[in-house]
Design a protein around this ligand. Structure first.
Ligand SMILES: O=P(O)(O)OC[C@H]1O[C@H](O[C@H]2O[C@H](CO)[C@@H](O)[C@H](O)[C@H]2O)[C@H](O)[C@@H](O)[C@@H]1O
Ligand SMILES: O=c1ccn([C@@H]2O[C@H](COP(=O)(O)OP(=O)(O)O)[C@@H](O)[C@H]2O)c(=O)[nH]1
Length: 450
């Protein structure tokens, strides 16, 4: 059997116990438990300059060989920061108004994709299967085909695919659709994303490629981790500090797609409209800084600093603070225990490809006394997790009502909802996601360009 070649911009540091805060690396690492694999991508490092293409650094851990390359500062700025995260990210999260289009950045995006192809090419064998991940690398398949690569190549988009009427706001959006033609199969997170992408392809007279494969986690391992973490000092410190107050938990990269200002205002509305919860609930928001050089992310940080100050200033007592807001990452191992302790998880993205935190929260619960998941309709996880308390994240009063409902929900209802949710989280795991995609890729008609 040939090797599986994974290519993604973000690759977790192979020897670090804690993974970076980001679902792609988490989901893939959970999925890569079997077979011989090579994982190729960015090292996470920038260097001022480079003469020629980089040489991949190779590191083997278990069944996975990691091959990572550095980017120059100019490549990092044009490819990752500006084009991927300043143009594609807002557009694909339905925020066309936040897109800062520049032709120069598109050129750098294409040039880095071509460089990825040239550096990966010598590491490939004819019987490999290549699986490319996410919006940073749309053109990589075609760039590999141009270098004569004939292996099966699949692509998975971790973020939403909006309707074509929106995507076409990107000048030259048709080129992204042409990129899809180099792939034998394109996976997306939800049936809605698949319908949008296939419709865009049809509208442009191109062959349909997309199928939905919702990504998951390793729920058994995560539950065990949550049980272990409950015995750790961090969980005891958190529990002691709450002094009997209920815990509402949010965990998200500090990203405008996650609906954090609306969420803070929803919590504020709870304190205002349901005063019985004052002093009896604490909202802990973990929001590690992400893509901090992109202007919109900086502005969001200022906005949250201000909102936290305002809400805490208005409602704090000398012995109670309503919001705790942390912008440093917390290791996933410790988070597992925090999830288990939390009475409510408040997950209200305005748009999200999947949102693995929602699945982790369910996996971490104590079946005898589970907490309540409040989830946005617009998370990719919502169609699977429809026994959660679903909310429109733009409606702060609906968030307040959902919080009140969750904080007063009786154990039998919590258990009924959790049982249904846990079944879903165990049905599509990281391993089944990868197996389903790879099986479909294996059976897909060989694409025209190969
Ligand atoms: O690599 P970064 O720029 O630091 O960002 C972290 C990752 O964010 C996005 O994650 C997405 O993938 C998750 C797993 O499928 C999904 O649950 C989530 O909804 C998505 O937003 C991004 O797509 C990744 O490429 C980044 O690595
Ligand atoms: O401080 C943090 C915050 C988040 N995460 C992890 O980062 C991932 C976030 O993935 P998700 O799909 O929810 O969103 P993304 O960040 O990929 O958009 C989850 O596994 C979290 O447990 C973490 O380890 N530490």
């Amino acid at each position: 059997m040939g090797r599986l070649i994974i290519v993604s911009n973000r690759v977790p540091a192979p020897r670090e116990r804690n993974q970076p805060a980001g679902g792609l690396a988490v989901g893939l690492k959970d999925a890569l438990r079997q077979g011989d694999a090579l994982w190729f991508g960015w090292s996470g490092r920038q260097v001022p300059e480079m003469s020629g293409d980089p040489t991949p650094a190779i590191d083997r851990v278990g069944n996975v060989t990691y091959a990572t390359i550095d980017l120059t500062t100019a490549q990092h700025t044009g490819f990752y920061q500006n084009f991927s995260n300043g143009i594609l990210w807002p557009l694909f999260h339905y925020r066309v108004g936040l897109m800062n289009y520049s032709r120069l950045d598109w050129e750098m995006y294409l040039s880095v994709n071509a460089m990825f192809a040239r550096t990966l090419r010598p590491l490939l064998r004819p019987d490999d299967t290549i699986w490319i991940h996410d919006y940073h690398l749309f053109p990589l398949g075609q760039a590999l085909r141009d270098l004569g690569v004939k292996c099966r190549i699949g692509f998975f988009l971790h973020i939403p695919f909006p309707p074509w009427s929106l995507v076409r706001a990107l000048p030259g959006a048709e080129l992204l659709l042409e990129d899809m033609q180099a792939y034998d199969l394109v996976g997306v997170q939800t049936p809605e994303d698949a319908e949008n992408l296939n419709h865009a392809l049809r509208m442009n007279n191109m062959a349909e490629r997309a199928q939905a494969f919702p990504i998951g986690i390793d729920p058994v391992e995560f539950r065990t981790q949550a049980e272990t973490s409950m015995k750790g000092t961090e969980v005891s410190r958190l529990r002691d500090s709450l002094r009997g107050a209920a815990l509402v938990l949010g965990v998200d990269r500090l990203d405008y797609s996650k609906g954090l200002p609306e969420r803070f205002k929803g919590y504020e509305a709870l304190l205002s409209r349901y005063p019985e919860h004052r002093g009896r609930v604490t909202f802990l928001q973990v929001a590690p800084i992400s893509r901090g050089n992109v202007e919109e992310y900086r502005q969001l940080r200022c906005q949250l600093d201000e909102l936290t100050g305002r809400i805490n200033g208005a409602y704090s007592e000398f012995d109670w603070t309503p919001i705790r807001y942390i912008t440093r990452p917390i290791s996933r191992d410790v988070l597992a225990g925090f999830y288990r302790m939390a009475d409510v998880a408040l997950i209200t993205p305005l748009r999200d490809g999947m949102n693995l935190v929602a699945k982790e929260y369910i996996a971490a619960q104590d079946p005898a006394d589970p907490g309540v998941l409040i989830l946005s309709h617009f998370a990719g996880a919502a169609p699977e997790l429809d026994e959660a308390v679903l909310v429109n994240p733009y409606d702060t009063d609906e968030i307040a009502d959902a919080l009140h409902q969750a904080l007063t929900m009786q154990r039998p209802e919590r258990q009924t909802r959790w049982t249904a949710l846990e079944k879903e989280v165990c049905r599509t795991t990281a391993v089944s996601w990868a197996n389903d995609f790879l099986r479909a890729l294996d059976g897909a008609p060989v694409c025209v360009s190969s």
